[in-house]
Design a protein around this ligand. Structure first.
Ligand SMILES: Nc1ncnc2c1ncn2[C@@H]1O[C@H](COP(=O)(O)OP(=O)(O)OC[C@H]2O[C@@H]([n+]3cccc(C(=O)O)c3)[C@H](O)[C@@H]2O)[C@@H](O)[C@H]1O
Ligand SMILES: Nc1ncnc2c1ncn2[C@@H]1O[C@H](COP(=O)(O)OP(=O)(O)OP(=O)(O)O)[C@@H](O)[C@H]1O
Ligand SMILES: NC(=O)CC[C@H](N)C(=O)O
Length: 681
């Protein structure tokens, strides 16, 4: 079968749809259990599921003690396996079911992998729990005691070994392995080696009885195993119907990827159900590629594994099923956003405090425009001075109106400086700018309305010039304000301009996070209450460099109408710099996240007016511009940035940090990929 060819199909972009099944259990009744299995397999097929994982011993039930040794039961299990292989094939699903399987003179607790109408392989459990409430060694033999790596099932000889790797021949990266319950409680789970051998999705068939606190323990193991092995982890535990003779069962079902939970099923349910999520096997592959430790570990600890090829179905063609933040730097979960703001602000403050103590500085110099970035840098400075027990009067804040500075931003700058108790001053840069424009023979000096790049940069440059000389004069250093998003776009004036400072606390913070940080600091009164109304006024001001005067219609120079919405630019930046995704995949994800304003969650506090939608042509258009700016025209600015701390996981763009690139490269390969693989609508 060919891969799904539509741009809008998740499978086209490296997603594999996986599901954990929670069937109602029928004790020691394989035919009834197979009936539940068949229903869930068909349901999964209708939902476009590629890989479906059932609980441990799902065909027989788990807690049946000595009934595992009854020949009638074991024969029936084998017959039902053949039946379910046909059902899975019709549904175009790879189903992994749990079954007791005889091999030689021993019984094994196994995962049986069904695909293409046959048994693809059988994986026996490696670690059999035989402590506390578990007695598995009374019935089962561990994987290591098998006499050969094959078993005959319904007359067919199939692979029989722990650590089998199942690899789709037609869907790159769809590679999985399975282990059984206790296996991942071992210090070295078999799935660790399977991941090192190439498996990107790890499945656990479990019958883990529930006691207080155990659900958290299992979730912790799933999260940590997926984080440590750079993989996805699908966990399916037995639920309603298992024997409660001595134990109880909650049917926990979770899907994790790279440490994060993608989906969680209903626990203690009394009906059969599926927990579904789209796993990004492409992202897993790219993360392993960047993280050399994974490959190093595979070389040291890896073992040769048997690879079982299979042909997968076409995969999901409908909307993506996984959590997707519209703002990768601003979580839509309120508690997480709070935590992120706490960490970001403290990282910024800590960076600055260390530099102040290292240089013995008692003064800082900063240009305050009344815009977001300089406000955030000023808040960081206040907090750093408070924590170092230095008087805030040592913060020398200058507002420097130019040809396009509005009354609103200037007045906000003054209110802010006053409310924060820093030393405020004003320097009108216009006379010096006129002089410079005259000296270089610029038409503006003759009264012509020429507002070109030179006109803009003369102002940005003079402000920087003043700040640096004021720093010399006052024995302090210049605090930078430019943010991560501006660095990505090259939206700053190079060298003698806002690009340069002695230390920049904002260089690691994306613009979309800065507004939340300002709100967070204001709400907590971290720099005092007096500034709160002004902070809210600044948050409500449109983002503008204010370098070009407003037009005759009064329209101000709007940054986002020139470079594109920061919401989209930050989305592009995160996926391109953190994971190296192809532009067409970034466009697909942006469309999934931003295509419909009515669906999904928004970050707490985001103004109603910013809760908008973007269609695919708009996304593609701005992505094109982003690719040109990011890959072709702005790297030379990033190659020479001031010092400052890395803040977000999406990367710092410092050449000494997370992003190294040539300053003279071309964006062609990214533009071609975008155009070749992204439709206009
Ligand atoms: N690869 C490369 N290696 C070495 N030099 C390179 C280069 N590419 C261009 N250049 C040179 O660099 C110069 C262009 O860079 P640059 O002087 O920075 O100027 P440029 O990037 O053309 O303009 C600065 C832009 O940033 C905006 N801005 C400025 C200040 C603040 C804000 C804000 O809102 O935050 C926005 C402003 O509106 C303007 O659009 C040219 O002289 C060009 O020849
Ligand atoms: N009128 C001004 N007075 C003093 N400093 C200024 C002024 N305009 C710009 N600057 C300095 O140049 C930096 C870059 O200007 P820019 O307009 O990009 O930043 P901003 O206004 O702080 O934030 P944002 O870009 O989010 O609006 C400012 O952060 C500030 O340090
Ligand atoms: N079935 C099993 O392997 C259960 C053992 C597992 N350690 C548990 O606590 O649930």
């Amino acid at each position: 079968m060919a891969s799904n060819s539509s741009f809008h199909a998740p499978s086209r972009h490296g997603f594999v749809r996986v599901a954990a099944a929670t069937p109602v259990v029928h004790i020691a009744d394989p035919a009834a259990n197979a009936e539940e299995h068949a229903r869930l397999i068909r349901q999964a097929g209708e939902k476009g599921v590629d890989l479906l994982v059932f609980p441990e011993l799902s065909l027989s039930a788990y807690a049946i003690d000595d009934l595992h040794l009854q020949a009638a039961l074991l024969d029936e299990v084998e017959r039902q396996i053949a039946r379910l292989a046909a059902v899975a094939d019709e549904a175009s699903v790879i189903a992994v079911i749990g079954a007791p399987i005889r091999n030689g003179d021993a019984l094994f607790n196994c995962a049986v992998v069904l695909g293409g109408g046959e048994v693809l392989g059988v994986v026996p459990k490696t670690y059999l729990p035989n402590y506390r409430e578990y007695y598995e060694k009374r019935w089962f033999a561990p994987a290591a005691s098998r006499s050969e790596d094959a078993v005959v099932l319904n007359g067919e000889r199939v692979d029989f070994a722990p650590g089998l790797i199942f690899e789709a021949t037609n869907r790159p990266g769809f590679v999985f392995a399975v282990e059984v319950c206790e296996d991942f409680w071992a210090p070295l789970p078999p799935s660790t080696r399977a991941a090192l051998a190439g498996a990107r999705i790890l499945c656990n068939l479990s019958a883990s009885n529930i006691v207080i606190g155990k659900a958290d323990e299992r979730a912790l193991l799933c999260a940590s195993q997926s984080a440590r092995t750079l993989s996805a982890y699908v966990f399916a535990a037995s639920g309603w119907g298992e024997s409660t003779t001595d134990l109880a069962w909650d049917g926990q079902a979770t899907i994790h990827e790279l440490g994060a939970r993608l989906a969680e099923g209903e626990r203690f349910a009394m009906h059969s159900h599926l927990t579904v999520a789209d796993v990004d096997v492409d992202r897993i592959g790219l993360d392993r590629l960047r993280n050399g430790t994974f490959a190093d570990c595979a070389r040291i600890e890896g073992e040769a594994a048997t690879v079982v090829p299979f042909e997968a179905g076409e995969g999901p063609a409908d909307a993506l099923i996984r959590p997707l933040d519209r703002f990768p730097f601003v979580p839509d979960d309120a508690a997480r956003l709070d935590q992120d703001c706490f960490e970001a602000f403290n990282i910024q403050v800590q960076g600055l405090m260390r530099r102040m103590t290292a240089t013995g500085s008692k003064t800082l110099v900063i240009g305050v425009s009344g815009g977001l970035d300089s406000t955030q840098a000023l808040l960081v400075a206040c907090r750093a001075f408070d924590r170092l027990e230095l008087p805030r009067t040592g913060i020398l804040a200058f507002t420097m109106p130019g040809f396009a500075t509005s009354e609103g931003t200037k007045s906000n700058a003054w209110k802010l400086m006053t409310a924060l108790g820093v030393t405020g001053a004003e320097i009108d840069i216009r006379p010096a700018a006129e002089q410079m424009l005259r000296d270089i023979g610029h038409a503006f000096a003759n009264g012509e309305p020429v507002h070109d790049i030179t006109f803009e940069n003369v102002q940005a440059g003079l402000r920087t010039d003043y700040l640096f000389r004021l720093a010399n004069q006052n024995h302090g250093f210049v605090l930078g304000t430019g943010d991560l998003s501006e660095l990505a776009l090259g939206w700053c004036t190079y060298g003698v301009g806002d690009h340069m400072s002695h230390y920049n606390v904002n260089g690691g913070v994306a613009k979309t996070l800065i507004q939340h940080l300002i709100r967070w600091v204001a709400e907590r009164g971290l720099v005092g209450e007096a500034a709160t109304p002004t902070l809210h006024a600044i948050l409500a001001t449109e983002i503008s460099p204010e370098l070009v005067p407003a037009g005759a219609d009064g329209a101000i120079q709007s940054t986002q109408s020139i470079v594109g919405p920061y919401a989209l630019n930050d989305f592009f930046l995160f996926y391109i710099s953190r994971f190296g995704f192809k532009p067409s995949k970034v466009a697909f994800l942006a469309h999934q996240a931003w295509g419909d304003a009515a669906t999904g969650r928004w970050p707490v506090g985001l103004p109603q007016g910013e809760r908008v939608a973007y269609d695919l042509p708009t996304i593609k258009g701005w992505l094109r511009k982003f690719l040109i700016r990011f890959f072709q025209t702005s790297q030379f600015k990033r190659s020479a940035v001031p010092n400052g701390p890395k803040v977000v996981t999406g990367g710092s763009l410092s050449p000494r940090g997370d992003w190294r690139a040539p300053s003279d490269s071309s964006a062609r390969v990214w533009l071609d990929e975008l155009d070749a693989n992204t439709p206009e609508s």
